[in-house]
Design a protein. Structure first.
Length: 371
C-alpha cells in the first residue's frame, strides 16, 4: 500500500504531522506533496523543522494567487505526480484550496481520497473554505469525521454511512505530542516580557475580517474596548495576509498591541496555554484553546466548530465589541469561571485510528516494499 499525503498551509502541516509520523512508525510507504500555498519560512519550513518532519518529496511551488488560479495550478502540478506515484489513497486535511485541488486531482485519476476533518460546516457559503469542505467531502471515499455532529451532517447530505468514520481531530495528537516539549524549550513569554495569565492573545486572518478596511478597523475598535476595560497587553502574532492589509490600508496600531511575526508551533502552544483569553478567527486555534482550557472569543458570526461553544469554551462575537466585553466579563470578572470543560476534539490517538481504518480496508495493505 502507498499513501499520498498532501499539505499546503500552516495548519495542514501541523495537523498532518501525526499521520506522517504514524506512517513512518508503521513502515507504510508514503510520499508528501506540498503545494507551497504557504511558503514564507515562518508559515512553512519552520514547522517541518520543529515537528521533525521529512522534507516533502514534491514541492509544487504554487504560492499565492486568486482562488481559481491557485487551485488550478495545484491541480495541474499534482496530476503527473499522482500518475507516476500511483498511490492507493491520497490524504488531505482541512478546507484549504490545496485540499480541494488535491482531492480533485486524485478523484479524477480514480484514486481514493481520505478527508481528515470531514463534515465541518459553517453554513456560510461566502467563506471559500465552506465550498472546499463540501466538495472535498463529496469526492472522498474515507470521511474522517471529528465527532457525531459531523457524522450526522454527512449522512444528511446523502453520503453513505459506510464511508464515514468518527475518529476525532488530529489537532489533539499534535497538541498532546508537543505540549511537554514546548513547555521545556520555549522562551517566548520571557522573550516578549509577558507573564502567565496576564495577557490576551489575538490572531486574525479571515478575508471577511481583514480584507475590508472598515471591518479591520472594527476589529481594532473591539481590541481598544477590551484594553480600555482590562488594561492587558494583547499579543498578536500576525498572519502575513493581515500584515499586508495593515500596510495597504496604512493603519497604525496602538502600543498595547504587541505585534510579532507568525511564530513556530512550540512557542505558539505556550502563548496559548498562558494567555488569559484568546481572541481569534482561526479554526485550529478555537480547537486548541478548548483543549488547553483557555477561554476563546471567536471573531466570527459562525463557526464550523460548534462543539467548543457547546462545552462552554468558546463564544461567537463577530466584530461586536459589546458582545466581546460580555464574554470577557463572564470569564474574567468572576472568580467562579470554570475552564474545566469537556474535550470534544479527540484523545491524541486519532492518526493511529485513521491508519488502522485505511490499512484494514485497502486490499494488499501490507507494504510490498517492506516484504
Ligand atoms: C489560507 C486558507 C485558509 C487557512 C489559512 C491558514 C484558503 C482559501 N485559505 O488562508 O483556509 O485558514 O490559509 O493560515 O485556502 N502570504 C505570505 N506568505 C505565505 C502565505 C501567504 O506572505 O507563506 C500572504 C500573501 O500576501 C497571500 C496572503 O498571505 O496573498 C494570503 O494567503 P493565502 O494562502 O491565499 O490565504 P490565507 O489567508 O493564508
Ligand atoms: N499557529 C502557529 N503560529 C502562529 C499562529 C498559529 O504555530 O503564529 C498554529 C496554531 O497553533 C494552529 C494553527 O497554526 O495549530 C492554526 O493556523 P491558522 O490559524 O493559520 O489556520 P486555520 O486553523 O484557521 O485554518
Amino acid at each position: 500500500m502507498k499513501i499520498g499525503i498532501i499539505v499546503g498551509t500552516r495548519p495542514e502541516i501541523i495537523k498532518m504531522a501525526p499521520v506522517i509520523r504514524e506512517c513512518k512508525k508503521r513502515g507504510i510507504a508514503y510520499f508528501i506533496i506540498h503545494s507551497n500555498q504557504h511558503y514564507s519560512q515562518e508559515m512553512d519550513s519552520i514547522f517541518f523543522k520543529e515537528l521533525k518532519l521529512p522534507a516533502p518529496d514534491y514541492n509544487l511551488g504554487v504560492g499565492s494567487g486568486l482562488h481559481s488560479n491557485q487551485t488550478g495550478n495545484i491541480l495541474i502540478e499534482m496530476e503527473p505526480i499522482l500518475l507516476q506515484e500511483k498511490p492507493d489513497v491520497v490524504l488531505v486535511q482541512g478546507d484549504t484550496n490545496t485540499v480541494l485541488a488535491g482531492a480533485l486531482a486524485a478523484s479524477k485519476l480514480d484514486i481514493k481520497v481520505g478527508h481528515i476533518e470531514a463534515g465541518l460546516r459553517s453554513y456560510d457559503r461566502t467563506m471559500p473554505e465552506e465550498t472546499n469542505r463540501i466538495l472535498t467531502d463529496h469526492m472522498s471515499e474515507y470521511l474522517f469525521a471529528v465527532g457525531p455532529n459531523q457524522h450526522a451532517i454527512l449522512a444528511k447530505e446523502g453520503i453513505d454511512s459506510d464511508k464515514i468514520f468518527t475518529v476525532g481531530n488530529t489537532v489533539s495528537d499534535s497538541l498532546f505530542q508537543h505540549l511537554d516539549i514546548s513547555a521545556s524549550t520555549s522562551t517566548i513569554l520571557s522573550d516578549l516580557g509577558v507573564a502567565s495569565g496576564e495577557f490576551f492573545l489575538v490572531t486574525a486572518h479571515r478575508a471577511s475580517n481583514v480584507d475590508i478596511p472598515a471591518n479591520l478597523l472594527e476589529l481594532l475598535a473591539l481590541f481598544d474596548k477590551l484594553h480600555a476595560k482590562y488594561s492587558q497587553t494583547i499579543v498578536w502574532p500576525i498572519h502575513p495576509r493581515t500584515q499586508a492589509k495593515l500596510k495597504e490600508f496604512a493603519i497604525e496600531l496602538p502600543s498595547y498591541l504587541k505585534l510579532i511575526p507568525p511564530i513556530g508551533y512550540l512557542d505558539f502552544i505556550q502563548l496559548q496555554k498562558h494567555a488569559q483569553l484568546i481572541l481569534t478567527d482561526s479554526g485550529g486555534i478555537q480547537e486548541e484553546a478548548c483543549l488547553l482550557g483557555v477561554p476563546c472569543i471567536t471573531l466570527r458570526e459562525n463557526t464550523e466548530r460548534p462543539e467548543s461553544i457547546e462545552v462552554g469554551a468558546n463564544v461567537l462575537v463577530g466584530r461586536d465589541a459589546d458582545k466581546a466585553l460580555v464574554a470577557a466579563d463572564r470569564w474574567l470578572a468572576s472568580d467562579a469561571a470554570n475552564c474545566n470543560w469537556a474535550n470534544p476534539f479527540g484523545d491524541g490517538h486519532v492518526a493511529e485510528t485513521i491508519l488502522d481504518i485505511i490499512t484494514n480496508s485497502v486490499p494488499n495493505s501490507i507494504d510490498k516494499e517492506i516484504i
